[in-house]
Design a protein around this ligand. Sequence first.
Ligand code: GDP
Ligand code: IMO
Ligand code: MG
Length: 424
Amino acid sequence: MNTGKVDVLLGLQWGDEGKGKVVDVLTPHYDVIARFQGGPNAGHTLEFEGQKYVLRSIPSGIFQGGKVNIIGNGVVLAPDLFMDEAKDLEKSGHPLKERLHISKKAHLIMPTHRILDRAIEAAKGKNKVGTTGKGIGPTYTDKVSRNGLRVGDILDHFDEKYAAHKERHMKMLKALGWTDFDGFDEVEKKWMEGIAYMKDFHFVDSEHEINRTLRAGKNILCEGAQGTMLDVDFGSYPFVTSSNTICAGACIGLGIGPNKIGNVYGIMKAYCTRVGAGPFPTELFDETGKTIRDLGHEYGAVTGRERRCGWVDLVQLKYSVMVNGVTQLILMKSDVLDGFDTVKACVAYKLKDGSETTELPYEIDDVTPVYKEFKGWKTDMTKMTRESQFPQAFKDYIKFIEDFLETPISIVSVGPDREATIER
Ligand code: GDP
Ligand code: IMO
Ligand code: MG
């Protein structure tokens, strides 16, 4: 049978690799774009025709006309934030009611989940994760402990179900000693408006829709959120998010058989960033780190927080390539390093016992990165359109990365705009 193909696009570092931009660029090759995990903790930025958009829960394929975009069962959705995001898009001339389908099995982030997120973080004190505060952890916790409220519940005795879940959450908050409910009533009111607003969208059995699409010979692109090092199993636990961000997450979060997966696009920055707490071996605390932050505008799209910056970590990336089965790398933001005299990449970790490894160990908070230094290319690459224009020093640098990671770099992105993309 001639079935369509499923490709997966995901972040290989700690998020914010530039996934949104690449999904938008690749969308013309697909019929359906689907988000499979995460929620409004994500902030995916797209720029084209002089406009900038930040998407949180809506897939980044929404701007290329005529495509169906699906919010899969693996996603957690906040109705109030979804309503804001969708209304903004409609206002800017991007109608989505017909094109955006929402899985009935996606879980709802309740207002009390967001308070629980804050309360649990506060209880962790100095060990806090530094979450986005969007209620992600508590919502996935309810899902796994079989207490969740799903999109499909909106259609049946919703008020009763909501009240029961809220009561349970309030008891948990009381046990945590939480007393700050300022503004809760307004938030809850808007959340309910969000529920009413959502009813105008197609609630679907997305696993059936996805597999039907494939049987019809059409192609699907799965859009990951966060990054591999934030995966709840393989990331820098416990400083991670609460979903499986890796390729297998696409199978679970959409209902796709693993044998249907074709290309796995691994998105990586030419350096590395992280928001929130947790280990980051190549983090730079000096002027270079600050320069990268300033030139790369490394401030969170969701929370506005400063992103921690450091050199690219090939040990970490090798691990990410492995657990995802990456078939193609997409290199982002090398333009940020255009003016550097030298550029470094971590090629091994020195462990406490003095030995060196290129296999990401269980603990990464006490490893010392071993760097290889490259000659900077010292060329403004932002206007380049073809690989043949690449300076030799840049060619040497990307060849080294490809060899180390045993994976080809198929696209180089040299600016935030859709146009600043070089396919090799
Ligand atoms: P995502 O969460 O993976 O979609 O990434 P974010 O949108 O949070 O962060 C990536 C940021 O880098 C956004 O502000 C993008 O507009 C910007 N960006 C994407 N690709 C490039 C690039 O190649 N060069 C530069 N300078 N900026 C880029
Ligand atoms: P995109 O999709 C970067 C981080 C938070 C925190 C940890 C847990 O834009 O790449 P959570 O709110 O998920 O419980 O927070 O994960 N985090 C992200 N960091 N980009 C993201 O998404 C992130 N989503 C969550 O900062 O450290
Ligand atoms: Mg982001």
